[in-house]
Ligand binder design. Structure first.
Ligand SMILES: NC(=O)c1ccc[n+]([C@@H]2O[C@H](COP(=O)([O-])OP(=O)(O)OC[C@H]3O[C@@H](n4cnc5c(N)ncnc54)[C@H](O)[C@@H]3O)[C@@H](O)[C@H]2O)c1
Ligand SMILES: O=C(O)C(=O)C[C@]1(C(=O)O)C=C[C@@H](O)C=C1
Length: 373
């Protein structure tokens, strides 16, 4: 097993319950960082596969108690599983990675009582259209936002533990409320899944001659239509209100398009009033696509941000500032996250956008652990 990286904050063992795509990817990423991982799954085959791929070890009667439990089951069983894990591991922080958050927060609040202080919801915005450990990837989380959702009772130590987990696997922790998260993912994740599925669902009955003409456009729009139907059904019913809201707005736009197209069909392509609505939808799409951040996952900012893990040692922060200066970069703003008893903190350095890449490279070369944005 590799030695823990100095700047890795997560001290294992980390227990991963549900060893499919997400659980096995997390196991692989943590093992790469030198953290001990214990694997558990309802399916003996799924957990054996994850172990054989190097994502961790199976639990044995003499396995040490985990410090952190990550529930990576489908969302419909995540709440009860979190409650059971909180009870079974009374000293551990417990999180889940399910794609919906408000429903699970309610289930944990109702089922766990005071233990809910050790629960933090979370959701890595990273995944793919295939399920199971065979599709796992140690780099799945690198550079992706990882939403952290504290509940009303959650302690700040528990929040920091989960933020550090995200950072240790290369993700960028982003704190949101449960409903705020669910509304956001209805628009940026659940609606796109349905749109891709709806377009691809037109294809089973299509003639071979039409499918033979399929180009990159169809492939770009339908990649995620290959996702697991059962998993996605559980995600969609778990976020029914916000998804229905987003889908109704889409239906309004579809009705506008239909009216314009039927007008053009009936009055000819240059008929009065049909071109405008069509061009407006395409134009709105241009403006929408321009707003999607790259892999940064954040709103456009005046400054770029470089986030660095700083060991909790006298002089560490001073050394970091000194080395940023030696690299010729000015710190425009600074945010520190640290909690008593934790062995590292996160320093978010705001710098001019043009300095970000060089600063990240320079600090990494000097041995600092830079958290990908
Ligand atoms: N797939 C994605 O792109 C993605 C991305 C981010 C988050 N998520 C979330 O992560 C979670 C897991 O998704 P996945 O894609 O890894 O699914 P998956 O199907 O690949 O893996 C789920 C695993 O959970 C196991 N499982 C089911 N019920 C269980 C139980 N009660 N106890 C223990 N194990 C159980 C299954 O046997 C399976 O191995 C879901 O909640 C999903 O919403 C998925
Ligand atoms: O890229 C993909 O394949 C995904 O489906 C990833 C994606 C997303 O919509 O971004 C899907 C669902 C998860 O809850 C989080 C991430």
């Amino acid at each position: 097993m590799p030695a823990p990286h100095d700047a890795v904050a997560t001290r294992g063992p980390v227990r991963v319950v549900g060893t499919g795509l997400l659980g096995a990817s997390l196991g692989l990423a943590l093992r790469t960082a030198g953290v001990d991982v214990q694997l558990a799954d309802l399916s003996p085959t799924a957990q054996a596969l994850a172990r054989d791929l190097g994502a961790g070890d199976l639990t044995a009667p003499d396995s040490p108690e985990p410090t952190l439990v990550v529930v990576a089951t489908p969302p419909d069983v995540a709440g009860p599983t979190v409650v059971a894990e909180l009870a079974a591991h009374p000293d551990a922080v417990v999180t889940d990675v399910a794609s919906v958050k408000a429903l699970i927060a309610e289930e944990v609040e109702a089922g766990a009582g005071a233990d809910a202080a050790r629960y933090v919801g979370s959701h890595p915005m990273a995944g793919r259209e295939r399920s199971g450990a065979a599709a796992a990837d140690a780099d799945l989380f690198a550079g992706r936002p990882w939403v952290v959702v504290p509940g009303p009772r959650t302690t700040s130590e528990a929040v920091l533990t989960v933020r550090a987990l995200a950072a240790d696997v290369g993700a960028t922790p982003v704190t949101l409320g449960a409903q705020e998260h669910d509304d956001a993912v209805a628009l940026v994740s659940h609606l796109p899944q349905l749109a891709a599925s709806l377009v691809a669902a037109r294809l089973p009955g299509a003639p071979e001659s039409a499918l033979g003409l399929a180009g990159q456009g169809l492939r770009d729009v339908t990649r995620i239509a290959a996702s697991d139907p059962m998993l996605w059904a559980a995600i969609l019913v778990g976020n029914a209100g916000p998804v229905a809201h987003a889908l109704r707005a889409l239906r309004g736009d579809l009705d506008t398009l239909l009216d314009a197209l039927e007008l053009a069909r009936d009055t000819g392509p240059l008929g009065n009033g049909s071109t405008g609505p069509l061009a407006r939808v395409i134009d709105a799409g241009n403006r929408g696509v321009a707003r999607i951040p790259g892999k940064h996952g954040g709103a456009p900012r005046r400054y770029g941000e470089v986030t660095v893990l700083v060991p909790d040692q006298p002089g560490a922060l001073g050394r970091l500032f000194g080395e940023v200066g030696e690299l010729g970069v000015n710190i425009e703003d600074l945010q520190l996250e640290h909690s008593a008893g934790q062995r590292v903190g996160l320093a978010a350095l705001s710098v001019l956008p043009g300095s970000v890449a060089a600063l990240e490279a320079g600090l990494t070369e000097r041995g600092w652990r830079v958290v990908a944005q």
